[in-house]
Design a protein around this ligand. Structure first.
Ligand code: 5CA
Length: 157
């Protein structure tokens, strides 16, 4: 049986009618590197879900990038149209409801403006966190975009 946080993600996947299934691993997948090792995929196929805080609005924004890429804060701020700062672990837990290492791209209680990096489209299969650091699900960039309603931009360094 899945933990409650992972079950929430599975329910979203089921609602969307995609075949993606949450998997709970024996080993931690709390970072992109650890996730790639545990899954047996390349680090590029891991979707990092990174939370940034709008400096004017205090709003949370979610950026999805390949495990081999970093978010370019200048590009991201231009898209969001306000300066951004990396959110700290406590703020993420409080505002997003998931702990760092398990922040999923889907399954958020309130709508979360999400931006996906165009680099993800070079991977037919990608893996994202599913609510806690041992849970992941495989998907495709198109499925992820459909579920998150993400804007798609070049946001990597
Ligand atoms: N489960 C994997 C992917 S399947 C995962 O969640 N990877 S991640 O990259 O999306 O999340 C880990 C990221 O959280 C790190 O890349 C790092 O950018 C960020 N992070 C780690 N520690 C902190 C911290 N103390 N404060 C803010 N961000 C952090």
């Amino acid at each position: 049986m899945l933990k409650a946080s992972a079950q929430r993600i599975q329910n979203v996947l089921t609602q969307f009618g995609h075949p993606d299934v949450v998997q709970e691993l024996q080993e931690t997948a709390h970072t992109a590197e650890a996730a790639a090792r545990a899954i047996g995929c390349t680090v590029g196929q891991i979707v990092k879900s990174l939370v940034f805080k709008g400096q004017r609005s205090n709003q949370a924004f979610l950026f999805l990038v390949s495990g081999k890429d970093r978010v370019d804060l200048n590009k991201a701020a231009q898209i969001i149209q306000e300066p951004l700062k990396r959110a700290d672990a406590d703020w993420v837990k409080e505002n997003i409801g998931y702990a760092i290492g398990g922040v999923p791209p889907i399954g958020h209680a309130s709508p979360l403006t999400t931006v996906m990096d165009s680099n993800l489209w070079q991977y037919p299969t990608v893996w994202a966190a599913a609510g806690h650091p041992y849970a992941v699900f495989p998907s495709t960039p198109d499925h992820l975009r459909a579920m998150t309603k993400a804007l798609v931009h070049d946001i990597h360094i």
